[in-house]
Design a protein around this ligand. Structure first.
Ligand code: PEP
Ligand code: MN
Length: 235
């Protein structure tokens, strides 16, 4: 039985407003260790909501303080590292930036813990190499498996729990798992969280939103607070 701490990260995909964030955060605060939400969003379609940027980071920071929890948000670009570092307790490098070595070097210099998502088509060995760019600067790294692209398209990505466990065992880094982006479907999240927890991973990142149907980003995979709370309290 794994006795190490199991870290729970949840919150909306994107910061949409102060009201949306405080609602979402208060509703899950008893079952999270870290509050998440994106202010700079890496969207496939340039016409999709791109995030509130600096205003969003400030909202996330304020809401984190109001509920008494640390926050994490994605840093997309080297130009934003100092801003994100100022307002966020943890830094997230997203799947689309796992190979952005200049960004990895910059976040590595902040001294903050960096959650490094696995690239959409990255091998475990490439993910580990990317983590070394970050740790070379002095920052701690937590890997986060979020699904990879395979021929299988019945889920959004393919959740590679075996590869993620290999990364944990062979390289000794903590590994979180994000079943929200991996599956893209809220009906698969409860069973995946049980699998992630019982396998002995170090934590989960799960998207939740008070009103998924009106979410500006990733509503299909977002859990409502009650659903999130019951999954976590049943672990
Ligand atoms: C996210 O966590 O909101 C996100 C964009 O994740 P990923 O980089 O894994 O797609
Ligand atoms: Mn998302």
């Amino acid at each position: 039985m794994n006795k190490t701490k199991f870290t729970k990260i949840s919150g909306p995909c994107a910061v949409e407003s102060y009201e949306q964030m405080i609602h979402a955060a208060k509703a899950i605060k008893d079952n999270i260790d870290i509050l998440r939400a994106g202010a700079f969003k890496p969207r496939t379609n340039p016409n999709s909501f791109q995030g509130l940027g600096e205003e969003g980071i400030k909202i996330l920071n304020r809401v984190g303080k109001e509920i008494g929890k640390p926050v994490i948000t994605e840093v997309l670009d080297t130009r934003h590292v100092s801003l994100v570092n100022k307002y966020s307790d943890y830094l997230q490098v997203g799947a689309r930036n796992m190979h952005n070595y200049e960004l990895l070097k910059e976040v590595g210099k902040t001294g903050k813990t960096v959650v490094l998502k696995r690239g959409l088509a990255a091998k475990v060995s490439e993910w580990i190499m990317a983590s070394k760019y970050v740790s070379a600067g002095g920052s701690k790294v937590i890997l986060c498996e979020r699904g990879i692209r395979t021929f299988e398209d019945s889920t959004r990505f393919t959740l590679d729990l075996a590869g993620a466990m290999l990364a944990k065992i062979e390289y000794g880094l903590p590994v979180f798992v994000d079943p929200s982006h991996a599956t893209g479907r809220k009906d698969l999240i409860a069973s995946m969280v049980r699998a992630i927890h019982s396998a002995g991973f170090d934590g989960v990142m799960i998207e939740s939103h008070c009103c998924p149907v009106s979410a500006k980003c990733d509503g299909d995979q977002a859990l409502e607070p009650d659903e999130y709370n019951s999954i976590i309290s049943n672990l």
